[in-house]
Ligand binder design. Sequence first.
Ligand code: HEC
Length: 158
Amino acid sequence: MGKVKRGYGLAGAMLLLGGAVMTRAQAPERHVWTGVYSQEQAERGKIAYAENCAACHGDTLAGIDVAPALVGPTFLNNWNNTSAGDLFARIQTTMPLNAPGSLGGRKVADIEAYMFEANGFPAGDLALPPNAALMPNVRIVAQKPEPSVAGPACKCGE
Ligand code: HEC
C-alpha cells in the first residue's frame, strides 16, 4: 500500500462514519476499561432497559428464573474476550426474547452502555456507536488489565 492510497483510505473511512461522534478514525484496538460509552448514553439505556428487558432479566440485571443475569462473573465469563459488537448483535437479533429484532441500533447501543456501567466498566467521552459494524475492535475483558500493559496512552505499533 502506497502512502497516497493510505491517505485516501482514511478520508474514505471518515466519510463513511459521517456524523458519528468519532474523533479518531484509526483508533487501535480498545477494551471496555478504556471508556467506550458515555454517561449520558448509559442513562438513556437505563430507561430503555426498564422498558424492554427488566421484566425478564430483573430491575438490577440479576436475572429471573430462566433469564440469566446480565451483570456479574457468570455473565462476564460468557462474554470475556468477545467484542462489544458481538454482544450488540446478540441483543439486536435475539432480544427482547418476546420481540427479537424490534429495537433500533441506537436503543441497543444505549442498553449495552447501561449493561457496561452496571458491570463496573467506566464511562468515557464517546458514546458506543449504534451499529455493530462500527465497534468490532472494542473488546470485552472481564478483568481490568494492568495499566502499564494497555493504558489508553499507549501508542504501541504506531
Ligand atoms: C421475555 C423475556 C426476555 C426479555 C424481555 C429479554 N430477555 Fe434476554 N434472555 C431471556 C432468556 C430466557 C435468555 C436465555 C435464553 C436465550 O439465550 O435465548 C436471555 C438471554 C439474554 C442474553 C445472553 C446472556 C448470556 O450471558 O449469554 C443477553 C445478553 C440478553 N438476554 C439481553 C437482553 C436485553 C438487553 C434485553 C432487552 C432489550 C432482553 N434480554 C430482554 C429472556 C428475555
